[in-house]
Ligand binder design. Structure first.
Ligand SMILES: [Zn+2]
Length: 529
């Protein structure tokens, strides 16, 4: 199964920097020339531990510069998990265009905290495969790999997985529930059977990632019911009102994930963990959202400064191991209700929606048609999209002679707005404006947008009077450096708030000096969409 899948991957990938024998490239090229891109679908199937490791190693080998594979044992010195003669490890895949650096919005995806909910492993693997194989061919997914740092831990509980059991080795022998083992809302010592944080290696591995990163969004995939749930989900906030200070953001993203996931076996309901599933001590969703700011309810033995993620538990399917025939296949993966839809495509799309929203980004859509030189007062039409957001509060073109036209414009076009529909996602709205330049010289031009201020709206947050705390909301409603994390000197992560977002500025020469403009990054060009 694995070998066949990798063959498909290589045919479909055709990336410039992947390592393939020349004869294989020629054969692949002939296939494209004679029949077009291969469209044969590959049905999904379940992996075991070894074949998962082979897949992850294969990603790192086939996509150098985009995928890195480690174990938590390599990175953090955590112990292996003994299982008979085996020494099991927590494997971690990082997906990002490494040539663009590592200080990018970060997203964490976790699978199989509960060892028998194995469908979550397949969603993590196939989402990773799609991102990597689509790089350079699918414009949107290429943007995500360029602009995000995506960490995937597809199998948090390999011991439970190997024994088809929910539980993990931990403080309760081999019967520890990993999703009750995180640091938020521990029960008081002696008041429940599990009052110890992070006794499982899997929970420790997630905690070590959280110490080193600043995740904007975290999805924790499970199986056994079909729901999309978010904080609050802990007994400390189970007081008749389960709305967190970021309830509006959580719900808004939850509904987008629901919609883009689609209605395979019906839409997945969206709500708080407490309301839809019940409150528990030490869940990962509340931990990932609140343990860095609601420190009064977090285990002080395990501090982090980055756990302010928009955090979700994604329950994939009513069965923890649904039949293979319901997993779906790899045709039409981006289309809700596509020809091979199933639990894996549906929940892979849920993950893509989460990755996309991590930070706003603007793209030129007609850059190839914007003239390189213009005469004074000549009208120039520019078009752009605003992405990675829910609503466009205000967008316009800004320009001037300062090389930073976003922040130092001398002129701007009239403000436009779209706060209905989905202006930022799927088939985003293309905004356009006409600009002209009043005198000869070198000008710089960018679209600018302010987005998502309604995420600040609140109903009745718990704790009362607390403003939104998530990086997701704060990074688009506040300005300046909100956080810096440098646990690893080689990977410094920052969260910088902006209330206006721009694209790579164009340089346009006005007059008849016969010069051409110098452009920015090719990744900003979506004129072929
Ligand atoms: Zn579960």
């Amino acid at each position: 199964m694995t070998g066949a899948r990798m063959t498909v991957a290589r045919v479909r990938g055709l990336r410039q920097n992947s390592e393939k024998p020349a004869t294989f490239l020629v054969a692949s090229l002939m296939m494209f020339l004679t029949t077009g891109p291969p469209v044969q679908a590959t049905p999904f199937a379940y992996h075991d531990y070894d074949s998962m490791v082979t897949e992850l190693e294969g990603f790192a080998t086939a996509f150098p510069g985009l995928a890195e594979h480690w174990t938590a044992q390599d990175l953090f010195g955590l112990p292996t998990v003994p299982d008979g003669a085996l020494e099991l490890e927590q494997h971690i895949l990082r997906i990002t265009n490494e040539s663009l650096g590592f200080d990018k919005p970060e997203v964490l995806l976790v699978g199989v905290q509960h060892g028998d909910e194995i469908v979550s492993l397949e969603v993590c693997l196939e989402l990773s495969r799609l991102l990597l194989e689509s790089y350079g061919t699918d414009p949107w997914l290429t943007e995500l790999v360029d602009r995000r740092e995506i960490f995937v831990m597809p199998l948090a509980n390999p011991h439970g997985f190997n024994h088809s059991r929910r539980w993990s080795p931990g403080s309760e022998g081999d019967d520890e529930d990993m999703n009750r083992d995180h640091v938020y809302d521990r029960c008081a010592p002696g008041t429940c059977s599990d009052d110890v944080s992070l006794s499982t290696v899997g929970a420790q591995a997630i905690h070590e990632l959280a110490r080193r990163h600043l995740f904007r969004v975290m999805l924790d995939y499970h199986g056994g019911i079909e729901i999309i749930i978010h904080p609050w989900g802990s007994p400390v906030h189970d007081m008749g009102n389960t709305e967190s200070p970021d309830h509006n953001a959580h719900r808004t993203l939850g509904l987008r994930m629901q919609s883009f996931g689609g209605d395979y076996n019906d839409l997945s309901p969206v709500g708080t963990s407490t309301d839809l599933l019940g409150a528990v001590h030490g869940p990962l969703d509340d931990t990932g959202y609140a343990s860095s700011w609601d420190v009064a309810n977090s285990d002080p033995a395990w501090p982090t400064d980055g756990w302010r993620a928009a955090a979700y538990t994604i329950e994939i399917s009513n069965q923890k191991m649904p039949p293979v025939a319901t997993l779906g296949g790899d045709a039409d993966l981006l289309t809700p209700g596509g020809s091979e839809d199933g639990y894996v495509p549906k929940n892979l799309r849920v993950g893509l929606a989460a990755i996309d929203i991590a930070e706003p980004y603007l793209l030129w859509t007609n850059r190839d048609t914007i003239p390189t030189t213009v005469e004074v007062d000549d009208p120039v039409t520019v078009e752009w999209q605003v992405r990675g957001c829910f609503e466009v509060d205000e967008t316009r073109a800004r320009y001037g002679t300062d090389p930073d036209p976003l922040n130092n414009p001398s002129a701007q076009t009239a403000a436009q707005q779209q706060t209905t529909g989905t202006p930022c996602f799927g088939t985003p709205t293309t905004f356009s404006a006409e600009v002209s330049f009043p005198s000869a010289g070198t000008y710089y031009l960018t679209p600018a947008a302010r987005v998502d201020s309604t995420l600040l709206d609140q109903n009745n947050p718990v704790p009362p009077g607390t403003s939104p705390q998530s990086w997701l909301v704060r990074s688009r409603t506040e300005t300046g450096t909100l956080a810096m994390n440098a646990v690893e000197p080689t990977e410094i992560n920052t969260i910088t708030g902006q209330t206006f977002w721009g694209a790579e500025a164009l340089e346009i020469v006005v007059g008849d000096m016969g010069l051409i403009f110098a452009d920015g990054f090719e990744s900003g060009d979506t004129s072929a969409w």
